[in-house]
Design a protein around this ligand. Structure first.
Ligand SMILES: *[C@@H]1O[C@H](CO)[C@@H](O)[C@H](O)[C@H]1NC(C)=O
Ligand SMILES: *[C@@H]1O[C@H](CO)[C@@H](O)[C@H](O)[C@H]1NC(C)=O
Ligand SMILES: *[C@@H]1O[C@H](CO)[C@@H](O)[C@H](O)[C@H]1NC(C)=O
Ligand SMILES: *[C@@H]1O[C@H](CO)[C@@H](O)[C@H](O)[C@H]1NC(C)=O
Ligand SMILES: *[C@@H]1O[C@H](CO)[C@@H](O)[C@H](O)[C@H]1NC(C)=O
Ligand SMILES: *[C@@H]1O[C@H](CO)[C@@H](O)[C@H](O)[C@H]1NC(C)=O
Ligand SMILES: [Cu+2]
Length: 602
C-alpha cells in the first residue's frame, strides 16, 4: 500500500517535470504531451490494485442529425447523439481522452453532479476550471466517481449544451454494496429541448441589442428523440395534424421502453434542457421517488413529477397494469406558456407488439402556470436517514439577488447587480498562481441594497459586468439565500434552477417574497433537508441552501437555464485553492497561465 502511494507520488513528480519541461514544445504539438500523460497514467493504473479505471476515447464533431424529424446539426460524440452513456461503479476512475474535432471552436465537458474531489481541474468548465480545448487537441479528463447515483455530462462552453453536447452518466453502487431499495430492471431517460434555429444564431440573437429571444423550443426530446411534424398521438393533440408513420429506424423514432409484467423497474431521469421545466408521467403507473441528484430521498409516490434543468431523479414503478395494452410516457412543458407539444414514448409490456400505439389519451400535465403544484412537489422531498446532516450553524451567509437588467442596452441577468462575464484565464490558474490580472480582484457583494423591492422592477434597470470571485474560507459552512425578484417587465418573475459545482448542498427551505433572517431562519429544516446539487428558486420567492466549503477548487454556481447563464446569471466560489497539489499544465495552456509557464521555461 505504502509502496503504491510512493510510486504514485513519484509518478506525479515525474509528470510535473515532464509537462513543465515539455511545455514549449507542447504548445506546438499538444499530442506529445498527451502521449506522456497516457504513458504515466497507465502506470498509475497498474499500481492501484482493486479499483477499476475506465478508459474512454471520445471525438466530438458536428453532424447532420434529425432529432425531431427536421434535419439540423448536432454536436455528436463518436458519431452519436446523444453522446454515449457512461456506466460505472462508485469508486471507479474515469480516464477519458477527449479529442476536439470541431473545426473552429473550443470545447469542454462538465460531469454534472460529480464533485471532483481532488481533481478540480477536471470539472469541465471553460474559464473556471480549465482552458477550452482547441480544435485538433486532446484533453485528458481523469477523475473519480465518488458516489453512486444518476448523473449526466454536458458541454459547458458557450451554449454547446443547447447544441446537443450531452449524455448520461450512471454510477452504480460499489461492488458488494446495496441500494436501499430493490428493483428487477432499469430504464434511463435523458430529457432535453430542441430548437430548429442553430445555436450559433441563437447566441448572436441573445447578444443583440435589443435582444432577440428564440422563443419556446420546437420539440422536447426523450433520449435525443422527438417528433416535430407528426405526433404519436395526433388524434389527441392540439399541435399536430398528422399521425407519425414510422418504420422505427428513423433518428427521431421514439425509443420504446420494454418491460415485463409484474416487475419493479428503476427509471433514471436526467434533465439537460436548455430552458424548459418539464413534467413527466407514466400513464396509469404511480412513481415512487427514491433518488434526487445522486442522493437517496425518503420515498414518496406521485402520478407525475416536475423536473428542472440540471436535476436528476430515480423513480420506481411496478408493471401492475393490464399487460394486453401499451402505455404512454410523456413529458410536457411547465412554468412557461407551452407552445411545444408534449414528447411521448411508449411503455411496452413484453406481451405486446412494440409498435402498437396506445389508444388512450396521453397523461395531461398540471396547468403550466400552477405554481403551487410544483412547490408542493419540491416540499415533499426529504433526505433518507443516513444522508449527511448539515452543520447546525453557518459561518458565512451570502444573499444573492436575481435580477434581469440592461447593460448598455443589452439584456442581462445580474446577481447583486453584477452580471458574470468569464475571463480568458481560468480562475483556477489565476488563483492558484496569484495572477491578479486574471479577473476582478474586488469580490462581488455579499448582499443587496437594503430596501430594494423584490416585487417590482428595479428603479434603475442598469447593472454592471463583473468577474469577481467569492473567496470562501476553507472548510467554512456557507449559507446562500437565493432571492428571486421581478424581471425587467412589470409583474413577471421566473423559476431558476441553480446548480452548484464541486458540492452537494442542503436545501434548508423555500419561502415567498423577501427573505427576512429573523423570521425565516427559524423555519429551516436542519433535520432531513434534501442533499442536492441543483435547487430551484420560485418566482418572487427565496430558497436557502447550505454547504461546507471543503473541496479545494474554483466552482461555478449558476442558473442551469442555458441562456440565463450566458446572460450572466452565475457566481464563482473559490476555496482551499492553496491545497491543490497538481493542476495539469494542459488545463491552463491559455491566457495568463500560458504566459506564466513560458516564462518558467525561459
Ligand atoms: C418532417 O419534415 C421534414 C422536413 O420538413 C421531412 O423531411 C420529413 O419527411 C417529415 N417527416 C414526417 C414523418 O412527416
Ligand atoms: C386541446 O384544446 C382543447 C380546447 O382548448 C382543450 O380542452 C384540450 O384539453 C386540449 N387537449 C390537449 C391534449 O392539450
Ligand atoms: C401479475 O400478478 C397478478 C397478481 O399476483 C396475477 O393475477 C397476474 O396473473 C400476474 N400477471 C402476469 C402477466 O403474470
Ligand atoms: C442606463 O444606461 C443607459 C446607457 O447604457 C443610459 O442611457 C441611461 O441613462 C442609464 N440609466 C440610468 C437610470 O442610469
Ligand atoms: C446597479 O448598478 C448600476 C450601474 O452601476 C447602478 O446605476 C444601479 O443603481 C445599481 N443598482 C442597484 C440596485 O444597486
Ligand atoms: C473542517 O471542519 C471539520 C468540522 O468542523 C473539522 O473536523 C476539520 O478538522 C476541519 N478541517 C480543516 C482542514 O480545517
Ligand atoms: Cu435562470
Amino acid at each position: 500500500m505504502i509502496d503504491s502511494i510512493r510510486r504514485k507520488s513519484w509518478i506525479y513528480m515525474s509528470m510535473r517535470k515532464v509537462s513543465m519541461h515539455m511545455h514549449m514544445k507542447a504548445m506546438r504539438d499538444m499530442r506529445v504531451i498527451v502521449c506522456w500523460f497516457i504513458l504515466f497514467v497507465s502506470i498509475t493504473t497498474q499500481s492501484s490494485v482493486g479499483k477499476t479505471t475506465r478508459h474512454l476515447k471520445w471525438e466530438v464533431e458536428y453532424m447532420h442529425w434529425s432529432p425531431d424529424g427536421v434535419e439540423g446539426t448536432v454536436m455528436a460524440i463518436n458519431g452519436r447523439f446523444p453522446g454515449p452513456t457512461i456506466r460505472a461503479r462508485a469508486g471507479d476512475t474515469i480516464h477519458l481522452e477527449l479529442m476536439n474535432k470541431l473545426h473552429t471552436e473550443g470545447l469542454v465537458i462538465h460531469w454534472h453532479g460529480i464533485r471532483q474531489l481532488g481533481t478540480p481541474w477536471a470539472d469541465g468548465t471553460a474559464s473556471i476550471s480549465q482552458c477550452a480545448i482547441n480544435p485538433g487537441e486532446t484533453f485528458l479528463y481523469k477523475f473519480k466517481l465518488d458516489k453512486a447515483g444518476t448523473y449526466f455530462y454536458h458541454g459547458h462552453y458557450g451554449m454547446q449544451r443547447s447544441a446537443g453536447l450531452y449524455g448520461s452518466l450512471i454510477v452504480e453502487v460499489g461492488k458488494g454494496e446495496n441500494e436501499p431499495f430493490k428493483y428487477d430492471g432499469e430504464l434511463n431517460l435523458l430529457l432535453s429541448d430542441w430548437w430548429h434555429k442553430g445555436f450559433h444564431e441563437q447566441q448572436v440573437d441573445l447578444f443583440s441589442k435589443p435582444m432577440r429571444w428564440v422563443g419556446e423550443p420546437q420539440s422536447l426530446l426523450i433520449n435525443g428523440r422527438g417528433q416535430y411534424n407528426c405526433s404519436l398521438a395526433a388524434h389527441f393533440s392540439n399541435f399536430s395534424t398528422s399521425e407519425c408513420k414510422l418504420r422505427g429506424d428513423e433518428q427521431y423514432a421514439p425509443q420504446v421502453l420494454h418491460v415485463y409484467p409484474n416487475k419493479t423497474y428503476r427509471l433514471r431521469i436526467a434533465s439537460t434542457t436548455s430552458l424548459s421545466l418539464l413534467n413527466l408521467a407514466i400513464e396509469k403507473h404511480k412513481m415512487l421517488l427514491v433518488e434526487a441528484d445522486g442522493n437517496y430521498i425518503q420515498p414518496f409516490s406521485v402520478q407525475n413529477m416536475d423536473i428542472s434543468s440540471g436535476e436528476t431523479y430515480s423513480v420506481l414503478f411496478t408493471t401492475d397494469q393490464n399487460p394486453k395494452t401499451n402505455y404512454w410516457i410523456s413529458i410536457s412543458v411547465r412554468g412557461r406558456n407551452p407552445k411545444t407539444p408534449q414528447a411521448l414514448t411508449i411503455l411496452n409490456y413484453h406481451l405486446n407488439s412494440a409498435s402498437r400505439i396506445p389508444h388512450s389519451l396521453p397523461p395531461v400535465a398540471p396547468r403550466w402556470d400552477d405554481e403551487s403544484y410544483g412547490k408542493a412537489f419540491y416540499n415533499k422531498i426529504f433526505a433518507l436517514n443516513g444522508n449527511p446532516k448539515p452543520p447546525a450553524k453557518h459561518d458565512k451567509r451570502l444573499v444573492l439577488l436575481n435580477t434581469q437588467n440592461f447593460i448598455e442596452g443589452y439584456t442581462k441577468w445580474a446577481i447583486n447587480n453584477v452580471s458574470l462575464v468569464l475571463p480568458s484565464t481560468p480562475y483556477l490558474g489565476s488563483i492558484r498562481y496569484g495572477l491578479s490580472n486574471g479577473f476582478d480582484q474586488e469580490p462581488p457583494p455579499d448582499g443587496y441594497k437594503h430596501g430594494y423591492d423584490v416585487m417590482k422592477p428595479a428603479p434603475n434597470k442598469n447593472s454592471t459586468y463583473g468577474s469577481g470571485v467569492y473567496m470562501l474560507r476553507f472548510n467554512a459552512t456557507v449559507d446562500v439565500i437565493l432571492q428571486n425578484a421581478n424581471m425587467i417587465k412589470d409583474s413577471v418573475s421566473e423559476t431558476h434552477p441553480w446548480h452548484l459545482h464541486g458540492h452537494d448542498f442542503w436545501v434548508l427551505g423555500y419561502g415567498e417574497g423577501e427573505f427576512v433572517a429573523e423570521k425565516d431562519e427559524g423555519r429551516f429544516n436542519l433535520k432531513n433537508p434534501p442533499f442536492r446539487n441543483t435547487g430551484v428558486v420560485f418566482p418572487y420567492g427565496w430558497t436557502a441552501v447550505r454547504f461546507v466549503a471543503n473541496n479545494p477548487g474554483v466552482w461555478a454556481f449558476h442558473c442551469h437555464i442555458e441562456p440565463h447563464l450566458h446572460m450572466g446569471m452565475g457566481v464563482v466560489f473559490a476555496e482551499g485553492v492553496r491545497h491543490i497539489k497538481e493542476i495539469p499544465t494542459q488545463a491552463l495552456s491559455c491566457g495568463l497561465t500560458a504566459k506564466m509557464f513560458m516564462k518558467i521555461n525561459h
